[in-house]
Write a protein that binds this ligand. Structure first.
Ligand SMILES: Cc1cc2ncn([C@H]3O[C@H](COP(=O)(O)O)[C@@H](O)[C@H]3O)c2cc1C
Ligand SMILES: O=C(O)c1cccnc1
Length: 374
């Protein structure tokens, strides 16, 4: 599945991009006045292979949840159980990502790709348990905006501690990537015109930093951030943890699956698959924060043309995100100092993407509107 997906990923369509560029010069506005939106509209035309490209609606957020063996190294102040508890919160509609998804009219799909704690069974009648059970079933198709959906695709109950051994076997990494490819396909088959990346996994900024260092070659200190907000001593320790993992495994960036297995996470690997799956179907994906962009580096290493389907939603406050975006050649649409993850920053950027495309659909030309040119 991974190989056929990679083989299906191709470059942007030059003819559609040139049509979009031409159209931008004829619309009733000074050329270039829509800044980054013009460039984005051209890229989306190239991805769709047609101008104007389809409006990116409806959108679907996929939140991949996983736990991390490296949590044992005290790289985050939060207990690991918060991962499964937040999964319950997503399914009950109570997280920030749910509020922003409702605002954007996007569906929410939560995918357990590597949560350590088993999710509640149908006889769990806690409020979160009830919500999770209600959300089960109907794994394919585009859900209702107000009903988050759970997909049970657990590959392993959390990764191993990457400072001791490889986080995942190669097969586990591949299985998680293929979960992401499958979810992309299901969401697109269900009608989604744009995918949004989401993540949940206590400690997951640590493997994200290791992936960014491995794929870009920057030092651990440049790739590592404070995550949920660790204090100075914990931050210094976190950098040393990332450095130790890189020294132990010396991951080879030309072997992306090997890198994901050595120092990645199950949600990072699944996000890599989501990006590849969307690119293969020529559907755009809005990247959220540092977890998403670390996965984007893996996807770009597997299939360079996959970057054509990626839109950087925002600039996360995590320094590694900026390092990764630079390597990907992507400019974030908004920069609000967010450092939450879940898909929140990407969802806030969705109206910008819609605006960029709507211009090509709706704005009059100088000719049609009878407006004089300079
Ligand atoms: C209540 C809560 C909600 C969250 N939503 C996203 N994250 C974010 O923070 C975590 C990563 O930060 P670190 O590596 O420092 O643990 C991830 O779960 C990420 O999705 C959250 C974290 C918490 C505590
Ligand atoms: O930018 C992110 O994605 C992020 C930052 C801190 C914690 N979790 C996620």
């Amino acid at each position: 599945m991974l190989e056929t997906t990679i083989a299906a990923i191709g470059p942007l369509d030059e003819a559609a991009m040139s049509t979009a560029r031409q159209l931008q010069t004829r619309l009733t506005k000074p050329a270039g006045s829509l800044g980054l939106l013009e460039e984005l509209s051209v890229r989306l035309a190239g991805l769709a292979g047609t101008c104007p490209p389809p409006l990116p609606s409806p959108a679907a957020v996929a939140i991949f949840a996983g736990d991390h063996g490296v949590h044992a190294q005290r790289v985050t102040p939060w207990p690991q159980e918060v991962t499964v508890q937040m999964v319950g919160n997503f399914l009950a509609g109570g997280a920030v990502v749910n509020a922003f998804a409702r605002q954007a009219g996007a569906t929410v799909t939560v995918v357990d790709v590597g949560v350590a704690t088993p999710l509640p069974t149908p006889d769990d009648h806690s409020p979160a348990g009830d919500a999770r059970v209600a959300a089960r079933g109907g794994v394919s198709g585009h859900g209702r905006v107000d009903v988050p959906r759970l997909v049970d695709a657990n590959v392993r109950r959390g990764t191993r501690d990457m400072t001791v051994t490889a986080a995942l076997t190669r097969d586990e990494a591949r299985s998680a990537v293929e979960v992401g490819i499958r979810i992309a396909g299901e969401l697109i088959d269900g009608g989604a015109a744009l995918l949004v990346t989401g993540d949940m996994g206590i400690a997951n900024t640590t493997p994200a930093a290791a992936l960014i260092a491995a794929f870009t070659g920057v030092d651990a200190a440049e790739a590592t951030g404070r995550g949920t907000g660790v204090d100075d001593p914990t931050y210094q320790h976190k950098i040393e943890v990332v450095r130790a993992a890189l020294l132990r495994h010396t991951p080879d960036p030309t072997d992306p699956l090997g890198v994901l297995a050595a120092v990645g996470g199950l949600e990072h690997a699944a996000l890599t698959g989501l990006l590849l799956g969307a690119a293969a179907r020529r559907v755009p994906v809005l990247l959220d924060g540092v977890i998403a962009v670390s996965a984007a580096l893996a996807a770009a290493a597997l299939a360079p043309d996959a970057v054509g389907a990626m839109i950087a939603g925002h600039r996360s406050a995590e320094p590694g995100a900026t390092v990764a975006l630079r390597q990907l050649g992507l400019t974030p649409l908004i920069d609000l100092g967010l450092r939450l993850g879940e898909g929140t920053g990407a969802l806030l950027a969705l109206p910008v993407v819609t605006g960029a495309v709507r211009v090509l659909h709706e704005v009059a030309t100088f000719d049609s509107a009878g407006v004089a040119e300079k």
